[in-house]
Design a protein around this ligand. Sequence first.
Ligand SMILES: *Cc1c(COP(=O)(O)O)cnc(C)c1O
Ligand SMILES: [Zn+2]
Length: 467
Amino acid sequence: MKNETAFQRCANPACGATYGIREVLTACQRCGALVDIAYDWERTPLPWKLSDFERKWATRNNPLHFSGVWRFKELLNFAPDNQVVTIGEGQTLLRGEPDVAAYTGVKSIRLQYEGLNPSGSFKDNGMTAGFTHARMVGAKKVACASTGNTSASMAAYASASAEVNEGRKLEAVVFVGSGRIAMGKLSQALDYGARTIQIKGYFDDAMRRVTEVSQSLGIYLLNSVNPFRLEGQKAIMYRVLEALNWEVPDWIVVPGGNLGNSSAFGKAFKELHDLGLVSRLPRLAVINAAGANTLYRLYNTEKLRWNGGHYDRAKVEAFYAQMDAEHRDANTLASAIEINRPVNLSKCLRALEWLNGVVGEATDQEILDAKAIVGRGGIGCEPTSAASVAGVKRLVADGTIGRDERVVCVITGHQLKAAQTTVQYHSLTGSKLRKELGEFGVGSNPYANKPIQVPNELPAILKALES
Ligand SMILES: *Cc1c(COP(=O)(O)O)cnc(C)c1O
Ligand SMILES: [Zn+2]
């Protein structure tokens, strides 16, 4: 491995086994832990300061400079330039919103709107990196299990890959649970031509199956256990810094499902700090849905900590065993984080240690209310994404986040992914609302913008427009 500038390394410091960059691993072969991508920074040509990256804006006809991920390639330098698979991901925005500031009580709150990605969620940041590795190793088929956005993203990249893959598309196989999957997301996988297998069960069932199948059929696995995806997702933080003129905010807040994003953010900042490219670190807040709060419970009730890598694995196993025994299944309309056993739990614990983090939660009622506030500012998000804003409101109320601190919430996915829930929230009242959303504990819609029903008569229409 010594002659490569990038390699793979077991995330368990007590093991630390290393592997070549072209190996395809979903876990350490020695100890079973997750693996990281690591770099020999001494041999990586790095910028002197982060603002040097801005120079690439001037040469945006180079696809690697146009991409909001590969523009920062020096910080994820695992692939030759000519192997990169990019479809223009990462053209996203950091925006302030007065309504969200008033709602959460934080004066300086900004939203990093990742719904603007080609497939409508932050997943594209990781998928471009995952596909790049798939191409490096000559994969012909790729697969994932998904609550929706991973499959939408993977299907888009697979279809677009023909352009860079000598005219051959990579074949995409998507595993989804039979239960809740947002129509918008399923429609994307179908539209982009992925072979879509609907398994009776939940995400976690689909996840287990796709792992089995990919091993036995030699399919390249693009779930968030894939460490290359997390490398691409680091770029979300680079763009946040860029939009803040390279100033580090006080808080990064993100919804937590399989915990890939939070893990990637921790790694991004740890590396920048170790390299001396930032002088301080933000704190991290990961927000669970109250109906899918494995991390919240493990962190806050069970006091599970990374502990330099010596985290209490038995405690996690006992927690899962009890969850199974009580048939306690995840249940939230924030479907992208409806996860029982977060795949990247250990890496997220590490990120929480690195960034002095906290774990919050929000009910579906709080999530939908927060989503309506986000929407008022002209940023459409899917319910899951608003968990970050709902989480901030709680963390301000309990004094964890100060009103004068600078907060960045990651808005992970686009509003049109789950349009039905939005319409239900805004248009239903009373018992009708409870009938549709009551199973998630949603009983009111204080921020609804109700459509006004009028007969097809001019006086009635004029009257409706009066006030
Ligand atoms: C995948 C996803 C999440 C969860 O991210 P993790 O990295 O799995 O924690 C949150 N929001 C949206 C919209 C997603 O697609
Ligand atoms: Zn190991």
